[in-house]
Design a protein. Structure first.
Length: 449
C-alpha cells in the first residue's frame, strides 16, 4: 500500500494537492485547507487540518489520505469496542489489540469482523420463511382469488398465489452482505484482509445486495439460532456509519472511513456512566432532550448525560474532546450552567481526555449554587476502559451523597425534617425556593414520623 498523504488529527500539515483534491477536502469534508507557499509540478502546497476526524479515504485524484489519531490507535479501537460492542471484553483484551504500522485505522476491527463472519458461515447462514405474493404458472401455496381477477383477466395460464419460502435472503444476512461490499469498495486493505473479505462475500451469493438506507439496524430479534449475529451487526453498524458522510457532501463521491473523535469520546463517556450507574442503581439518561424555557419560543437542551436518583437529578455531565489547557472555555461553562439552571441541578461536570485538559478543578458560579467541575479521563493507556469506569465511580458515589435541588425543594431525609424544623426554615433562606415549600415538606416529614 502506498504512503499517500499522511495527516494528524487536530494538527496542521503542509502537503501538495491538486486543485480538485483541495476543493474536496474543504467543501466536502469541511477540513481547514489554507493555501501555502510553494508548488510541485501541477500541484500546490496547502496547509491541511482534519480537525477531529481520523481514518482513511481516497481523494478524487486517487491518492490515499490517512489521518492518524493523536492518542494511540490501540486505544481508539478499545474505545470503539467499548462504545459500540455490548460484548467487547472477549474481543479486545489488551494483549489482543494489534496495530500494524502499514495498516489502516479500522484494519483490526475489519479482521475481527472477518473472523466472526467466517465462523458463522461455517455453521451455515441463518434462514427464515419469507412471504411472497406473485403471479405463477402453477399454483403454489394459497390461491388469492381477488388479486387473481384484478391482475390476470385474460391470462388463463397465470395464477396469483401467496406462499412462504425458506431462504437465507433475510435482513440478518443482507446487512452483512452489504457491509462486506462496502468494505471491499473502500480498499486498500492489507492483502490478507482483502482476501478474507472476498472469501466471505462468496458465501453470501444467495443474499440480495440491499441499499444501506433500506437496512433496518438495531431492530433485530436475537435468539439461540442467531445470537452470534448481534456482535456482527454492531460492527456492521459501525462500518456503515463510518463510511458515509453527511448529506452536505452533495455531488462529491466518498470512498473511505472517517471517524469523528468528538462523537466517539461522547459515546465512550456515556457508556462508562451507563455501565457504572447500573451497578450503583442510578438512573443514567444519555442525550435526552429537555426544555430550556417556557414561552412563545420553544428552546431545548440536550445534555450528554443526566444522572438521577429516585426522580431527582443529581448531576449533569457534558463530554468535551478538545484542547483546553488553561481551563474550560467560557462557552462550555455557559452551556452546563444553562443545563443546571433549567434542570435545577447544582452539580455539573465537564469531562475531557487527559491529553486535552490541565489539572482538574472546581468552579463555584457567583450568585448561584451551581458548581462546575472538570474531570479528566485517562484514555491513552491499555487500561482506558477500567480507568474511565473508576473515574465515573468516584463521581457517581460523590453526587449520590450530595444534597441537591429538586423541582420541589432541597432533598433531605424525612427524619431530618421531623427532628429539626428550624433547620429546614434556615435552609429555605438560602434556597432557590420559597419558605412555604420547606414548611410543607417539614410538616409532611413530622406526620410520617
Amino acid at each position: 500500500m502506498g504512503t499517500g498523504i499522511e495527516l494528524l488529527e487536530q494538527s496542521e500539515r503542509v502537503v501538495p494537492l491538486l486543485p480538485e483534491d483541495a476543493e474536496f477536502l474543504s467543501k466536502a469534508l469541511k477540513f481547514v485547507v489554507i493555501p501555502s507557499s510553494g508548488s510541485a509540478a501541477d500541484q500546490t502546497f496547502f496547509s491541511v487540518n482534519p480537525e477531529q476526524w481520523v481514518g482513511h479515504f481516497t481523494l478524487p485524484s486517487g491518492s490515499i489520505v490517512r489521518i492518524t489519531p493523536k492518542i494511540p490507535t490501540a486505544t481508539v479501537l478499545r474505545m470503539l469496542a467499548y462504545a459500540f460492542l455490548r460484548w467487547h471484553e472477549p474481543f479486545l483484551r489488551p494483549e489482543e489489540v494489534e496495530y500494524e504500522t502499514d495498516s489502516l485505522l479500522f484494519e483490526p476491527l475489519v479482521r475481527l469482523f472477518n473472523e466472526l463472519v467466517t465462523a458463522r458461515t461455517r455453521k451455515g447462514l441463518v434462514q427464515d420463511y419469507v412471504r411472497h405474493e406473485e403471479n405463477l404458472t402453477v399454483v403454489r401455496g394459497k390461491f388469492i382469488f381477488r388479486e387473481h381477477i384484478q391482475k390476470n383477466a385474460g391470462y388463463p395460464n397465470r395464477a396469483f398465489c401467496r406462499f412462504f419460502e425458506n431462504t437465507v435472503d433475510v435482513p440478518d444476512n443482507q446487512i452483512i452482505c452489504r457491509t462486506l461490499r462496502v468494505l471491499l469498495s473502500n480498499s486498500p486493505w492489507t492483502r490478507r484482509t482483502e482476501h478474507d473479505l472476498i472469501a466471505n462475500l462468496h458465501q453470501f451469493e444467495a443474499v440480495s445486495d440491499v441499499y444501506p438506507r433500506s437496512l433496518h439496524l438495531g431492530v433485530h430479534h436475537y435468539h439461540r439460532l442467531n445470537e452470534d449475529y448481534a456482535v456482527i451487526h454492531q460492527l456492521c453498524a459501525l462500518f456503515l456509519a463510518s463510511s458515509s458522510i453527511s448529506e452536505s457532501v452533495g455531488s462529491f463521491p466518498f470512498k473511505g472511513f472517517l471517524l469523528d473523535m468528538n462523537k466517539l469520546f461522547e459515546k465512550f463517556v456515556e457508556q462508562a456512566f451507563v455501565t457504572v450507574g447500573k451497578r450503583l442503581r442510578l438512573d443514567i439518561r444519555a442525550q435526552k432532550q429537555e426544555l430550556l424555557a417556557d414561552g412563545d419560543f420553544v428552546a431545548t437542551i440536550q445534555p450528554d448525560i443526566i444522572v438521577s436518583s429516585f426522580g431527582t437529578i443529581k448531576a449533569i455531565v457534558d463530554a468535551k474532546y478538545k484542547r483546553d489547557a488553561v481551563g474550560p472555555q467560557n462557552s462550555d461553562i455557559f452551556q452546563v450552567v444553562a443545563y443546571g439552571t433549567a434542570l435545577r441541578c447544582l452539580n455539573t461536570y465537564l469531562v475531557y481526555p487527559e491529553t486535552e485538559l490541565a489539572p482538574e478543578g472546581t468552579m463555584q458560579v457567583r450568585n448561584s449554587q451551581i458548581v462546575v467541575n472538570t474531570k479528566r479521563f485517562a484514555v491513552s493507556g491499555a487500561d482506558c476502559v477500567e480507568a474511565a469506569e473508576e473515574c465515573v465511580r468516584i463521581v457517581l458515589q460523590k453526587v449520590a451523597r450530595t444534597e441537591t435541588v429538586s423541582p420541589v425543594g432541597t432533598v433531605r431525609t424525612w427524619g431530618d425534617y421531623g427532628r429539626d424544623s428550624s433547620r429546614a426554615a434556615s435552609l429555605s433562606d438560602s434556597s432557590l425556593f420559597s419558605t412555604k415549600a420547606f414548611t410543607e415538606i417539614s410538616d409532611c416529614g413530622s406526620k410520617l414520623r
